[in-house]
Write a protein that binds this ligand. Structure first.
Ligand SMILES: [Zn+2]
Length: 150
């Protein structure tokens, strides 16, 4: 083998450290550095500590709370109605000479519901608004904004 310091062929080498660098050198060069002992045979020892422990996963943040305000609004109905929608219902119903009971039957609602709607004390949900509009051929929703073109 070769001495890593002088490059000469040498029957045996020793490990030395010169300014932090470890070299395998021949006997005549050992004196240039600090001789260090050969490392213990790397059989098994000291590697087990580096193995990751099973069962310890990444920590997940607790909670996951989701607010669902939008769903709530959808249930209540946010269709914008004309200011005089109760009057429009009543006028359209009377034009057809239907009693509140008649209209209630057609809507699958009670007569009291119709009366509440016509008095404005009950704001019908969106699907009921559509039914009323269809049955009475009247528009209860607020007027759409005029088209910008024209
Ligand atoms: Zn040498």
């Amino acid at each position: 083998m070769l001495c890593e310091l002088c490059g000469k062929e040498t029957p045996l080498t020793s490990r030395i450290r010169i300014e932090g660098t470890i070299l395998n050198v021949g006997p005549e060069c050992v004196r240039f550095g600090e001789r260090i002992d050969p490392p213990p045979s790397p059989s098994g020892a000291a590697t087990a500590a580096l193995r990751p422990r099973p069962g310890v996963g990444p920590v997940r943040p607790a909670g996951g709370r989701r607010l669902e305000e939008r769903d709530l609004y959808q249930e209540i109905g946010e269709m914008e109605l004309a200011p005089d929608w109760p009057k429009r219902v009543r006028t359209a119903r009377e034009a057809r000479t239907w009693t509140p009971e008649d209209l209630g039957k057609k809507l699958n609602e009670k007569k009291s519901v119709v009366l509440k709607i016509e008095s404005g004390s009950f704001r019908p949900p969106d699907d009921l608004v559509r039914k009323l509009e269809r049955l009475l051929q009247v528009r209860l929703r607020a007027e759409a904004e005029p088209a910008s073109s024209g």
